[in-house]
Design a protein around this ligand. Structure first.
Ligand code: UDP
Length: 195
């Protein structure tokens, strides 16, 4: 099990085996949680990077992202209830966050991209409160300054896109100093949202 949800053991990790709705409910349940997405590429990187493997193992939820992970499950006679990729899951999570009045900080991608993603998201979800953005290059160089900006924003949710494995390593390393109660490492999602 993983954060109270059923899980399938793959690559030495417990990957969430649940519907998108159940995963989102678990993420937004009271308490602090760190979320990682695992696709087949991430599994390969983790196999050769013990620090990344440890960051994934210590995440509260690791979500199965894509067909490669599903095929790996089938090779051991199992199958995931749902493909919980960030591209579909994060917009649904943000929709639910907006309904609950939770605020969001976007950290990562090239300068200007997180702002564009924030503008695009607020066009689609007018109630969504995006309380801060920061780029993943110059803005990520000084972790203490990034953490200070994130914490000062008062965000409930933190979305981090610094690439694999940097985003998950960063979130694991700084977990205790980060105020948002839900943090997610999301790969290229901020670029995707920016359009
Ligand atoms: N990124 C970043 N800072 C970096 C490297 C990457 O903010 O130092 C961002 C990049 O702009 C993109 C996201 O991280 O928005 C994912 O990057 P990429 O696709 O290169 O990484 P992958 O997830 O494929 O490893």
């Amino acid at each position: 099990r993983s954060a109270g949800l059923p899980a399938i053991r793959l690559f030495g990790l417990d990957l969430v085996d649940a519907s998108a709705d159940a995963a989102i409910a678990a993420m937004l349940a009271p308490g602090r949680r760190r979320v990682a997405f695992l696709n087949a590429h991430c599994g390969n990187v983790a196999a050769h990077d013990p620090a990344y493997a440890a960051a994934l193992a210590s995440a509260d939820l690791v979500l199965p992202d894509g067909i490669g992970v599903e095929l790996a499950a089938r090779m051991q006679g199992q199958s995931f209830t749902a493909n919980l990729n960030g591209t579909d899951l994060v917009p649904a999570l943000l929709h639910e966050a907006a309904l609950r009045g939770l605020s969001v900080f976007l950290f990562g991608a090239a300068p200007g991209v997180a702002e564009a993603a924030a503008a695009a998201l607020t066009r689609r979800m007018s109630d969504l409160r995006i309380v801060g953005t920061r780029d993943g290059y110059e803005g990520a160089r000084d972790s203490a300054a990034a953490i200070a900006a994130i914490n000062a924003s008062g965000a409930d949710l933190l979305i981090v896109a610094l690439g694999v494995p940097a985003q998950d390593l960063w979130l694991a390393e700084h977990a205790e100093r980060l105020a948002p109660r839900l943090t997610l490492g999301v790969g290229a999602l901020i670029d995707f949202l920016a359009g």
